[in-house]
Each structure stands twice: as C-alpha cells, then as structure tokens.
Write a protein that binds this ligand. Structure first.
Ligand code: A3P
Length: 271
C-alpha cells in the first residue's frame, strides 16, 4: 500500500527552485524591467522579481545562494532573471557559461543617445533622492572641450559593440537574442513573440493581456484581473540636453553603431 501511495504522488509536478534557463543580461535603461514583466505573463515563465547581480557582484555568495534567489517553478516552467549590469561586466559571460553553457541570453538595446540620457537622468534623480550634491548637467559631463567623454559610464555603456564582443567570445551567437527596445515600447507583442520562439515556448502572450495606457503613454499589463503599469521611474521625462550635445553624440555613436550592426548581423533604425 505504501509503495502504491508513493507512486501516486507525482514528485516531478511539485514546485521547486531551478536555475534560470534564460537571463536578461542588459542593457540598463533599454526596457529590461518592461521585458521581464511582460515575460511574466507567460504561463511557462516565472521571474526573479529583484535584480540578482550574482554573476557580476555576488559570485562569492555561491550557487546555492543564487538558486535561493530564483522563483519556485512547476515542471513545465522556466525561471528568468534580469540583471542589466551583466552586460558591461568582464566576468559575467564566462561565469554564466560555467554555470550553464546552454543558457539563453536576452539582450535589449535602444537608440544609444536616448539610453545615455536616460542613464544620466537615473543617476541625477537618485542623487537628488539621497540629498547628495547636485550632479553637473549632462552636456558638461558627456562632452568636454568639444570631445565626447567615451569613458563616462552613461556614454560607454551605449557603445554596444565593445561589450557584446566579450559575450560572443564565449557564447554562440545563437544563444543570444536581441530585442529592439524602441519597438518593445511601440509594439510589445511583436517583440515578445520573437522571444517566445527563441525560448522555445508556445506563443501565449496575447492582446488580451496587455493594453495601451494613454495617461502613461506606454503599454501596461492585465494580470490576475488587475491593471499593472511599471513604476514612475520607468518612462520618466529626461533631464534637459542641448540639441548640439545630441547632434555631437549622434555623430559619435554612428561608427560604433555600424560596428555593432556588423557584429550582430542586424541593423537598427538608429543611424
Ligand atoms: P525612460 O525612463 O528613459 O523612458 P530599464 O527597465 O531597463 O531601466 O528601462 C527603462 C525604460 O524602459 C524606460 O526608459 C522606458 O522608455 C522603457 N519602457 C519600455 N517599455 C515600457 C513600458 N511598457 N512601460 C514603461 N517603460 C517602458
């Protein structure tokens, strides 16, 4: 009787924690939170709600710790985590590969000048919130004596080809799917359908799960009969920047963008 009872329990169906099959590894300020939240609409996906920072900052915490940060999943489900800081980290690519050489990597990119200004706006606002001294304006930090400060982090993070090279040194290009962040804003389902395909999941996320919120001017989600939009730090107005700065930066990024397009064998509408 004992053994027949045991055999009735489907152990595999019990929820458990599992390492992520897919990681959103960047890029910061390109829509990483929107992408993660939209993916959580899929019945086969559970997400780690907080950024985990294991492969860049918390490696010494060990794999058990990493696993403990993952959501509980059912047998048919996969877990997904996002940590935008992985993209610019030197160690993250080889560490992810060491843990799971079959990991699927999701990279969301956005027009690089807008990304840089969004990045700066976040840093500016965070300082303000912490009552720290006011940050100089973007125009003065990004360009000095007519020269673009390529080492300034909001500028360097947008030089996508510099960073993607490290990943392609280690991962097969087929392991990396690039999401067009500008299109995720305009047409989320189109981008999500491609992600589902890349993750080898059924096409599940559909029109009935998202809606356009004309006050927020972004798509939001319908989940468990609730309407959910991202918080006010997503899609906020940017700090003012002169047209001249924008023009100079567009010129600066032009060859870098071309290099990125060549490496990933795909173009975006930035140049
Ligand atoms: P801005 O605040 O510059 O507009 P991340 O989550 O990686 O920090 O990215 C933030 C960006 O996500 C926002 O940048 C916003 O443009 C973009 N985004 C994309 N889809 C969004 C959505 N549905 N709701 C809010 N923001 C969205």
């Amino acid at each position: 009787i004992f053994f027949s009872l045991i055999s009735l329990i489907n152990f595999e169906a019990l929820p458990e924690k599992r390492l992520p099959s897919a990681v959103i590894m960047g890029v910061r300020k390109c829509g990483t939170r929107a992408l993660l939240q939209f993916l959580s609409l899929h019945r086969d996906i559970e997400i780690a709600k907080e950024e985990v920072h294991f492969f860049n900052r918390k490696w010494s915490n060990g794999l058990d710790w990493y696993l403990s940060q993952m959501p509980t999943v059912k047998r048919h489900q996969i877990s997904v985590e996002k940590t935008p800081g992985y993209f610019i980290s030197f160690q993250a690519p080889s560490r992810i590969y060491a843990v799971n050489s079959a990991a699927k990597l999701l990279l969301i990119v956005r027009e690089p000048v807008a990304r840089a200004i969004s990045d700066y706006t976040q840093i500016f606002n965070n300082r303000l919130a912490r009552n720290k001294s006011k940050l100089a304006e973007f125009d003065n930090l990004a360009i000095k004596n007519g020269r673009v400060m390529g080492n300034y982090k909001p500028i360097s993070t947008s030089i996508y080809h510099l960073h993607i090279r490290k990943w392609l040194d280690i991962f097969n290009p087929n392991s990396i799917h690039i999401i067009d962040g500008d299109n995720l804003i305009r047409n989320p389902l189109e981008e999500l359908r491609k992600v589902e395909k890349f993750l080898q999941l059924d096409p599940f996320i559909n029109n009935s799960m998202i809606y356009y919120n004309s006050t927020r001017k972004f798509y939001c989600m319908k989940k468990d009969s609730k309407n959910i939009c991202l918080g006010s730090t997503k899609g906020r107005s940017h700090r003012p920047v002169t047209n001249q700065t924008i023009e100079t930066l567009k010129k600066f990024y032009y060859p870098h963008n071309k290099e990125f397009f060549k490496i990933v064998n795909r173009t975006f509408s930035w140049n």
